[in-house]
Design a protein around this ligand. Structure first.
Ligand code: HDE
Length: 705
């Protein structure tokens, strides 16, 4: 992870500066600029008399307040935006004429909005859901929006089904229950009646549905797009974002607890990382298929319920996005950002994917209501960094003052200006794909295989990932009241994998499925498993339990070791009062037990010292250890701290208690007894932190502590 303050002028940031207002040191005024003498008492006829109409300040203040809200997005309502820049690693001239993909020295400003899909604006971050990953590139040729998700496929193949999908997955309309994640009866009813959802359901119920951080998830353009070079040669392409920190998730139990303890968990994580200068980085990857190879695959490359397995079509890494700046104002930036798949630049083009085609209509349309008219492109966050020129005029909230009397084309008064530019001068020319067909409301037969890739996904999961998927079925389908629907789910997923269906049936009280021939897929795609992701300790958060009499020498050593590897420690104690070590050094806790919980951390460390006597008496300390253990996260304990582990779930696995000073590391529990120099221990602990989870431990979490 690079720490590089952005010194070069960023054109989007410069543009935004013109709209920013700093209120510090200013007198209060009305929106007309008139200074206000009192904003706490309305104008009344007598001290105890009625408020009078004349009070223009009261009316303006309250009217504005009354109109503060705009409709939330119909999907992806809860989101969080950050700024950054993108740089290509080497010119992509062969593939595309898009200017921002030519020069490695050019930093293209970006704004990224991460989101959940189903929940409303105030819902929790860590629900099981797809995550939106929408990127606006402010290029010198206009805005390019890559409006993607953290899963590479989608529920449906044709956009006309989207309203049905969203009606089924959002809270049920009679009582608005459940909030934030997929509805139960209506959604699963819809799933079993739309078997093209099978593959996406596997992704949604996998660990990908509960990311640890927006910084630790992949992004995908989902659809097949086209790249076109200056010779007019086109190729099919899929876009990928690969997080430098790897792809990591929460456990379901954590996700649920965090939703209560810290509903802002993912947005806070992103905000803090950027404020701390730990800028999230994502590499841009391209999968490219030559036009001549369009029909070389056993899936249709225009079907958005299919991936292009990375082993078959490798992902070429072509550039990097660095997110280095938090927004100044949530409403004007995150909330007013308007993404649109149709915002493209020359060199990037569309295909006939019917899901993509439908989205091209929806995104512009939805902003008209949400942002109140056709001029939302003038809102600062949406403006391109170059001036736009056309004959579109007027409408609500028009801000541009267009000079002259001409607002039509063609014209002779202004010699046709603004004039359409031919392709050679940078005008966007649609790729001239030959199309010929009858008007039909049918779907291509090549879109009919709904189960092979769902099975490929299942085959590619590690044993722990498979277990998590099964448990997710238990939760989600277990909440469906209608038994017939539950049974249909079992029958549907029997077509993906018989053993999976048998397991689902067991957990949800359905009849066992009869053996059928599953889709004939035996391969795996290792790229699909999070087990094979980048593993790094950087930016992980470790909770450190301390109380009066802790061993400062031990704490100091781990602090130094962790700092070197960008691992963050937070001290947690019974209260916020400063805590003294046995040696007399004092530290200030970052959190007390009352406002922290193990689910907010990636690992736990307990230094030795006399404080263990006290910590052993606190239920909260024991809970910390037990939950960290149950969630398969690393635990480090030194010397006297081992005594605390003896009364917790840790006792279910082997850890050291001998006095040899040897470091012992088992399933992510790292321990040492009788050691003063912790060099070896620290490395073993940080290695365990880099592993993130030690899933084998899930087999031990049931036994009572
Ligand atoms: Fe969207 N989607 N979507 N979607 N979508 C919206 O646009 C839509 C789909 C995605 O941070 C809406 O401005 C249709 C796939 C993201 O502001 C709306 C279909 C993918 C965001 C809309 C899809 C996405 C949206 C709601 C079926 C991944 C949030 C508010 C064809 C590739 C953007 C808005 C942000 C938002 C329509 C399916 C991603 C209604 C009709 C597939 C990341 O226009």
């Amino acid at each position: 992870m690079t720490k590089q303050p952005e010194n070069e002028p960023n054109k989007k940031q410069q543009q935004l500066e013109d709209f920013k207002v700093d209120h510090e040191g200013q007198d209060l005024t009305t929106n007309q600029g008139t200074k206000v003498s009192n904003t706490s008492d309305s104008l009344k006829a007598g001290e105890r008399g009625p408020t009078i109409m004349e009070d223009f300040h009261f009316r303006e203040k309250v009217t504005h307040f009354d109109h503060e809200r705009i409709p939330e997005r119909v999907v992806h309502a809860r989101g969080f935006g950050v700024h950054g820049y993108f740089q290509v690693y080497e010119p992509l001239t062969d593939l595309t004429k898009a200017k921002f993909l030519q020069d490695p020295n050019v930093k293209t400003p970006v704004f990224v909005r991460f989101s959940t899909v189903v929940g409303s604006r105030g819902s929790a971050d860590t629900v099981r859901d797809v995550r939106g990953f929408a990127t606006k590139f402010y290029t010198e040729e206009g805005n390019f929006d890559l409006v993607g998700n953290n899963m590479p496929i989608f529920f449906i193949q044709d956009a006309i089904k989207f309203p049905d999908l969203v009606h089924a997955i959002k809270p049920e309309p009679n009582n608005e229950i459940p909030q934030a994640s997929a509805a139960h009866d209506t959604f699963w009813d819809w799933v079993v009646n739309n078997q093209e959802t099978a593959h996406m359901i596997m992704w949604l119920l996998s660990d990908r549905g509960i990311p640890r951080s927006f910084r630790m998830m992949e992004g995908f353009g989902v659809h097949t797009f086209r790249l076109v070079n200056s010779e007019g040669k086109a190729r099919f392409v899929k876009f990928h974002w690969k997080p430098k920190l790897g792809v990591h998730s929460l456990t379901w139990d954590e996700a649920q607890k965090i939703a209560g303890k810290d509903p802002d968990f993912n947005r806070r994580d992103l905000w803090d990382a950027i404020n701390d200068g730990e800028y999230p980085e994502f590499e841009l990857g391209l999968q490219v298929i030559e036009e001549e190879q369009e029909f070389d695959f056993d899936f249709d490359i225009l079907d958005a319920t299919k991936i292009w397995p990375e082993e078959q079509v490798p992902v070429k890494i072509v550039g990097k996005m660095t997110l280095d700046r938090n927004q100044d104002n949530f409403f004007t930036e995150t909330e007013q950002a308007a993404f649109h798949l149709g915002n493209v630049v020359p060199g990037i083009d569309f295909t006939n994917d019917p899901l993509l085609q439908g989205r091209l209509f929806s995104y512009l349309d939805t902003q008209l209501l949400r942002l109140g008219g056709p001029n939302f492109h003038e809102i600062p966050i949406n403006r391109p960094i170059i001036q736009y020129y056309n004959n579109q005029r007027d409408g609500f909230h028009r801000m541009t003052i267009d000079k002259g009397k001409v607002s039509y084309f063609p014209n002779s008064i202004r010699q046709n200006d603004p004039t359409p530019a031919p392709g050679k001068d940078g005008g966007y020319e649609h790729y001239q794909e030959k199309v010929d067909g009858r008007k039909v409301r049918t779907r291509s037969e090549s879109f009919n295989d709904h189960f092979s890739q769902a099975r490929l996904f299942w085959n590619s999961m590690s044993p722990a990932e498979k277990k998590h998927i099964i448990k997710a079925f238990y939760f989600e389908v277990g909440n469906v009241k209608d038994k017939k629907i539950r049974q249909k789910v079992v029958d549907m997923f029997n077509q993906v994998d018989h053993d999976l269906a048998k397991e689902i049936a067991k957990g949800i009280g359905a009849n066992q499925p009869t053996k059928k021939n599953n889709a004939a897929i035996t391969e795996t795609s290792p790229a699909l498993s999070q087990e094979n992701t980048n593993k790094s300790p950087e930016t992980r958060k470790v909770a450190v339990l301390v109380d009066e009499g802790f061993n400062y020498n031990e704490l100091k050593q781990i602090m130094v070791a962790c700092e070197k590897q960008h691992v963050h420690l937070e001290f947690i104690s019974k209260t916020f009062s400063p805590v003294n070590s046995a040696e007399g050094d004092q530290i200030e806790p970052h959190k007390s037990f009352a406002n922290s919980h193990s689910v907010m951390y990636d690992a736990l460390f307990i230094p030795g010292g006399q404080h263990i006597d006290m910590l052993s008496g606190y239920k909260e300390a024991k809970d910390f250890v037990n939950d960290t253990f149950a969630h398969a996260k690393p635990i480090g304990a030194t010397n006297e701290a081992l005594e605390l582990l003896a009364n917790t779930l840790v006792k279910n696995i082997a850890y050291t208690n001998d006095h040899t000073g040897e470091v012992y590391s088992n399933l992510g529990v790292v321990t040492v007894n009788d050691a003063h120099d912790l060099t070896q221990f620290n490395q073993a602990f940080i290695d365990a932190v880099a592993q993130h989870r030690h899933w084998m431990r899930e087999n031990h979490d049931r036994k009572q502590a």
